[in-house]
Design a protein around this ligand. Structure first.
Ligand code: 2AM
Ligand code: CA
Length: 268
């Protein structure tokens, strides 16, 4: 992918995101056709499915040689990261979408041969687009995001994490995560992994921790973070793998290894 091709894909993807956002806002007060997936709290609506299909149809039309990984199953099953891959979550934060009608996002990461080239996180109700191209910085709308503060200390950090970290879980002993919560300055739960990662890139929170996420939850947000120095991987410090579900630690570079070290004590 040369710079001209990348710019063209970026502009096209951006226009599709705004179009999809308009559709979601227009239809979100109609019947949502809510269904459950892996468990009673794992929700999907017709708008999740229609929005993913909208992107998949357009990508097939415009870029038939590109591959797609999408949450709702309209994409491909991939065994390697060769070529150009769009990783799409049509609505990230579906529970927020259904119950709160806000704080959800369209998340898209575009990789070429395994390298994140273009990242988008679109806060649909706030009408804020976070976007990045590799090597060209990350932006919130027209404002470039500043590099993350390299002097940040864990004790002065705000951490995004959900409350399952404080219950019995398969990743880290909850007594250690309780100690972690008391060590940091504060914790927050937004309820959309994509918006959590955009908040890390923006520097309004200093890390986001998740027990288990799929590639589409994080692809767009990880590419944003890369442009401001944010570090992304799993709870053991392994680099992000775009083909696998895993735990996630995405953080300001000054505190990333301190978080991994802290949680190691309780790692299962
Ligand atoms: P979703 O809304 O696209 O499903 C909520 O804490 C965050 O975790 C959201 O980004 C949500 O994405 C994601 N999430 C919820 N259930 C999940 C699951 N079973 N697997 C992976 N991610 C999930
Ligand atoms: Ca989703």
């Amino acid at each position: 992918m040369n710079l001209q091709q990348r710019q063209e894909i970026y502009e096209t993807a951006k226009s599709w995101i705004f179009e999809a956002g308009n559709e979601i806002r227009e239809h979100m007060n109609g019947p949502l056709g809510i269904e459950t997936k892996s468990n009673p709290n794992d929700l999907v609506t017709v708008l999740d499915k229609q929005t993913e299909k909208f992107f998949v149809d357009r990508i097939h039309e415009s870029y038939p040689e590109h591959h797609i990984i999408g949450e709702e199953g309209f994409g491909d099953t991939l065994s390697n990261v060769d070529g150009t891959i769009w990783i799409i979550d049509p609505i990230d934060g579906t529970m927020n979408f259904i119950h709160q009608k806000r704080t959800f996002a369209i998340s898209i990461g575009i990789l070429h041969n395994g390298i994140g080239e273009i990242g988008f996180v679109y806060d649909v109700m706030g009408d804020n687009l976070y976007h990045a191209k590799r090597g060209e910085g990350a932006f919130k709308n027209d404002i470039q995001l500043a590099p993350l503060d390299r002097k940040k200390k864990l004790e002065e950090s705000i951490i995004g994490m959900n409350h399952f970290w404080l219950c019995e879980n398969r990743v880290v002993d909850y007594k250690v995560t309780q100690k972690f919560v008391r060590t940091v300055r504060g914790t927050r739960t937004i309820g959309s992994a994509a918006l959590e990662l955009a908040s890390v890139a923006e520097g309004v929170q200093d890390a986001y921790l998740a027990l288990s996420l799929a590639p589409w939850d994080v692809a767009g947000g990880i590419i944003l973070n890369h442009e401001v120095g944010g570090v992304a991987g799993d709870v053991d410090g392994n680099a992000w793998n775009p083909l696998e579900r895993a735990s996630a630690v995405v953080a300001n570079p000054a505190i990333h290894s301190a978080i991994i070290e802290f949680l190691k004590e309780g790692r299962k």
